[in-house]
Every structure is written in C-alpha cells, then in structure tokens.
Ligand binder design. Structure first.
Ligand code: CO
Length: 443
C-alpha cells in the first residue's frame, strides 16, 4: 500500500496525523511490510491485545493483501501427544529448505491465559530463532471476547501481510474453540499416532469432518497398521453416509516420523496439492465415488442398509405403580420391572405392538430422570430407535458432528448396548439408540 493510501486509512478510522498513535501504527506497518520481525511481533501484540489502533493496522494489512493470491494456511490438529509441535517444526524446516517463509500460530483453546508466551515462543523457535523467514506466535483464550477464532484470524492476517508464504496453525489443546480455529485453514491435517488406545475416539466429532489429510505420526511405532485400518474404516463409513452423486477425493493418509523428518516432504506435497477448504466447505469431501472398489464390498454390508425402527418411548413418572394402572386398563402387559442401578431408575416395560413404552421412575432425586421430573414434571423423556450396528451408527454420527451425551457406547441391563444423542443434535428430543432389545425379548 502506498503511504497516501495508508494516510487515508488512518484518517478514516479517526486517528489524526498529529496523533502519536498514528506514527506508532505507521512505523509498525512499514516495519512489518519490510519483513522486520520486531515490528511484526509488536503488530501482532497490538492486534492480540485488541488495542484501539488494531483496527487501523488490520485495515492496512487487508488492503495490502487485496488482490494478492491468498497464502496457504495449513491447520494441524489432533489429540495431545500426537507430536503436533514436532511435526510443525519439521514442516517449517522443509518449507525453509524450499525457500518459503513461514508463519506459525500455536493456539491453545483450552488454556485460559498465556503466561510468558513470548519467552515460550523463543524457546520453541530454537533453530529458527535467528531466521527472519520464520515467525512463531502462541495464543490462548485470554481476552478474546470476540472469539478465539476471530483473534487468530486477525493475527494470521498481520503475519500474512508481513510476507510469509505459508501459515501453519497448530492447535495445542482440545478445547471448544479447536475446530473453529483449525477451520480457518485451507487444508487441515489431523495428526494421529499409534498406541494411544482410542486415539480416533478421542477426537472431537467435527475434527474428522474437516480433515484434508490424515497424518500418522510416529509411524515407526508398533500399531501403525491397525491405526491406518481404523482410519480407512472411518472413510468407508463416511462414504456410506455421503449423498449420492457427490464426487470428491477422500483425504490421503500419510505416514511421518516428525523427529527424523521422514515423510514430511511427502506430507507437505500432499497438503500443497489438497483442495482448499474454501472450495470444500459446501461439498461432502468423502463421496462414494472416491472409495476404491475394494471397499465397496464393505459398503454393501446389509447391516448398513437396514433402517432403524422405533424401539420404545421413555416416559418419566413419579410412581411406576400409579402409572401402570392406565396401561393395565388399556390391556398392555408389563413385560418386566427392573432397577437399573447405573441410571438410578426403576423401569417398567410395556408392550405396544412392535414397540414398547418404558416407564422410568427415579430411585434418587438427583439422577437424570429425577432432575427431569423436578424441572419438567412427568412426561415424555426420550425416544429410542433400534439400529442394527450401534458402533457403525455412532461412528457415522460422529463424522456428521452429532453430539452424543456420552462418547462411548453404554452397556445396560440385559447386556443391551445403547447411547444417547444429545437433544441439541436431535431437535430438542433426547434420542436413545439401542442395538438390541432389552432382556433378549425380541431376539
Ligand atoms: Co430408553
């Protein structure tokens, strides 16, 4: 941007040319455009602190970027312990070897403040500390009333204006803002490692949806084959639920050993080649057309095709005995009364043709049903659908970003497996999914 244009911005945003703040912001902007690391660091601080001059500075940065091709933003996410920081360092090394300048923003959505972040960044920078081609910044939730994602976006804009060629966004936590933050990226790498148990289960549902690339880090470890199979299984499941006719590429799965740099060049090449999220957001990226033929056999499993059926309606009642009178008068037989200790309820099942009515009487007032009664009174508590393969259904729902009350499948009375979909994901209805009938009644 020309100096005149900059002056215009400053004046338009109410900062007079005689204002000392004007000179300050002007110096910062000139410095960061010239690639001075100190000026960039101060400019980022200004924006991060949401200072009054930040608006002017951001406008100037956006203006300077207008018309230019947007630089590649790479998001790196995954569970703690996946080696994301080491991978980011390895990517930075590879990018520098290619002569590309790098901005790194490490965001911790779960951390309430950044104590000594700047010092931490210097330590973290290590080998890049003297390299003006690498800029690193840590961010946390502190002070970002407008949202961490917006604050991160602003910081990225300033770093981009300083002339970096690639921006790496690393989420270091697993807090609420993680998906929004990593969603700022054009391509998203989901990093997983073998031997972490349910590493895939530990991911937030939406993370898998935005993956452009799966990175299996620490690939020299035992369990790498199983991990890759797990992810391929997820891709198959997602292909099943994708709307017909949507063709897109399935995210590639790449292996790295970040500590040695093995596979990092290939990973970078895959991310350079990956479709950018801006074009992907409206499209389902895992269309059935992208699934290799060998997997179509799996897709055709009859279990995936069967529709759920209404298994039962759950009604919260104060007294099983009192409420059963109505159903007795209707000629509906009670098929069993039992106490489910884990849920702190007594349950009476009433046959109703193909379905059933489940009367729920709390055994304790602070149980889920007890609290429901206190808040809403007696009434319909949940509906339950029976699905043929609960694990497959849960995996599909997670891919769709559906919120579950509990992330894992519960085992109820009589060994039936169940899970609850949170009302916020089911139009205000608590939705139970069960795999088999209680007490083997149906089978
Ligand atoms: Co139920």
């Amino acid at each position: 941007m020309s100096r005149d244009l900059f002056l215009e911005h400053m004046t338009a945003s109410g900062v007079g040319a005689s204002d000392p703040k004007f000179a300050h912001v002007q110096r910062l902007f000139a410095g960061l455009r010239a690639g001075e690391t100190r000026a960039l660091a101060r400019a980022v601080s200004l924006v991060e602190d949401d200072a009054a001059e930040a608006v002017t500075l951001l406008d100037a940065c956006r203006e300077s970027l207008a018309g230019a091709e947007r630089v590649l933003r790479i998001g790196i996410t995954g569970p703690p312990g996946a080696g994301k920081s080491t991978l980011v360092d390895a990517l930075a090394r590879e990018l520098r070897a290619q002569g590309r300048r790098v901005g790194i923003v490490a965001v911790d959505p779960s951390s309430p403040f950044t104590g000594g972040a700047i010092l931490g960044d210097r330590i973290r920078l290590g080998e890049f500390a003297a390299d003006a081609g690498v800029y690193m910044r840590s961010m946390a939730t502190r002070g970002h009333l407008g949202g961490l994602a917006k604050a991160t976006d602003d910081v990225l804009t300033v770093i981009e204006a300083s002339g970096k060629d690639v921006l790496l966004i690393e989420t270091t936590g697993v807090g609420q803002g993680e998906i929004e933050v990593v969603g700022l990226a054009d391509v998203v790498a989901v990093v997983l490692v073998p031997g972490m148990g349910d590493s895939i289960q530990s991911l937030k549902a939406g993370v898998l949806e935005i993956a452009s690339v799966y990175v299996l880090n620490k690939a020299d470890r035992e369990g790498i084959e199983r991990l890759e199979q797990e992810i391929q299984g997820l891709l198959v499941l997602s292909a099943v639920v994708a709307p017909a006719g949507v063709k897109a590429d399935a995210p590639p799965i790449l292996r790295t050993v970040a500590t040695t740099g093995a596979g990092v060049a290939d990973l970078l090449a895959a991310m350079d080649a990956a479709p950018r999220n801006s074009a992907r957001k409206s499209a389902v990226r895992l269309g059935a057309g992208a699934v290799p033929d060998a997997r179509v056999v799996l897709d055709a499993r009859p279990v995936m095709d069967a529709s759920p059926v209404l298994d039962h309606l759950g009604i919260a009642v104060r007294s099983l005995d009192a409420s059963q009178r109505l159903y007795a008068a209707l000629g509906m037989a009670v098929s069993g009364v039992e106490e489910i200790a884990s849920e702190r309820v007594r349950v009476a099942m009433l046959s109703a043709g193909e379905s059933r009515i489940e009367l729920l009487e709390p055994t304790e007032s602070d149980s889920a049903v007890g609290r429901f009664l206190a808040k809403r009174g007696e009434g319909l508590h949940h509906i339950a659908l029976r699905v043929p393969d609960l694990a497959a259904t849960v995996a599909k729902l997670k891919l769709q970003g559906v919120r579950l009350v509990s992330e894992t499948i519960q085992i109820g009375a009589g060994g039936h497996r169940y899970v609850f979909v949170h009302p916020t994901s089911a139009n205000g209805v608590l939705l139970e999914l069960v795999e088999s009938a209680y007490e083997g009644e149906r089978s």
